[in-house]
Design a protein. Sequence first.
Length: 69
Amino acid sequence: MQANPYITPIHIQPEWYFLFAYAILRRIPNKLGGVVALVLSVAIFYTLPLINSSIGKSKMFIPLNKLFF
């Protein structure tokens, strides 16, 4: 089998820690849409600590309330 530097073999996949990004970018055909979806999927994890699900705390300890008030 002759090596061709211009064609990537189909069986190559990224490492396990990049598989979520690889799947998102392959699933969305538009390049800009894929990048936006990738950024939004990572941004979800940054907003999770700001969401409060605790019933017992006062409203003054919620991070979003500290930001806005």
